[in-house]
Design a protein around this ligand. Structure first.
Ligand SMILES: [Ca+2]
Length: 253
């Protein structure tokens, strides 16, 4: 879990107080603390002992052994100041940058790690990639003023990227996560304060979780379990997608 801020406010670039937590068996512990020099970690990925954390304008690379040590930073273009989400698929990390519309990928088998511009999507936020297909959701660049292009997009072949809208409902999209069987895309939306399931075969959209005041950031799916970070309430909600009427089974603050 990577809280984007240690306080109530979005941190300034020189406030390097970002940290990453680890939850196991109901116990929360720290992976990296303020000494890592992170501003606002928003996404993470792991490949063996390599641990990547997306942080505003760079990706921090750590080695996870008994002790966690920082190895390097992957740098982007100087105007890329809102790296947002990242996912590891195959040999690549796919990264969205909300303020420049850019979507990059980084080959994790080749060092030094070098970002390669993949395509552009209107102010991209959450991303998931599987079997050569990418799904990217859009949020207004100022995180508030909705525009018609703030939709869910998909790329049929990441080797020949041509993003196309997947739906027609503009929202304040944040997270995007594919179901285990790849047939459903879960997306989170700050306007309806909900997580919505998009059936990728029929195009049908269904609200699977909502609560008044929910501020749903980047979601994750593992089997039937949906993890929803409720950003402004400093909690993570664990929800079983098969029990859609039941209350969340657990929350961590
Ligand atoms: Ca996000």
């Amino acid at each position: 879990m990577s809280p984007i801020s240690a306080s109530e406010k979005i941190p300034a670039p020189d406030e390097k107080e970002g940290y990453v937590l680890y939850l196991k068996d109901e116990k929360v512990s720290e992976v990296t603390g303020k000494e890592a020099g992170m501003v606002m970690p928003t996404a993470m990925a792991r490949l063996g002992e390599s641990f990547f954390v997306c942080d505003r304008d760079c990706i921090h690379v750590f080695t996870l052994k008994e002790k966690v040590s920082k190895e390097s930073e992957i740098l982007f273009a100087p105007d890329d100041t809102a790296l947002n989400d990242m996912v590891l698929a195959g040999d690549y990390l796919y990264v969205t940058v909300t303020n420049t519309d850019r979507v990059y990928r980084v080959n994790v088998k080749k060092t030094p790690y070098t970002p390669e511009l993949l395509t552009k999507v209107p102010s991209p936020n959450g991303i998931d990639v599987r079997d050569g297909r990418a799904y990217i959701v859009s949020i207004p660049a100022d995180y508030a003023t909705l525009k018609p292009e703030n939709l869910v997009y998909w790329i049929a072949d990441v080797e020949n990227p041509a993003p196309e809208p997947l739906n027609a409902t503009a929202r304040l999209y944040d997270g995007a996560a594919l179901s285990a069987d790849g047939r459903t895309l879960y997306v989170s939306d700050w306007i309806s304060q909900a997580v919505i399931a998009l059936d990728l075969n029929t195009g049908e959209e269904k609200t699977v979780y909502t609560r008044e005041g929910l501020t749903p950031a980047d979601i994750a799916v593992d089997g039937d379990t949906l993890w929803i970070p409720d950003l402004e309430h400093h909690q993570v909600i664990e929800f079983n997608t098969k029990c859609q009427k039941s209350p969340p089974s657990a929350r961590w603050r």
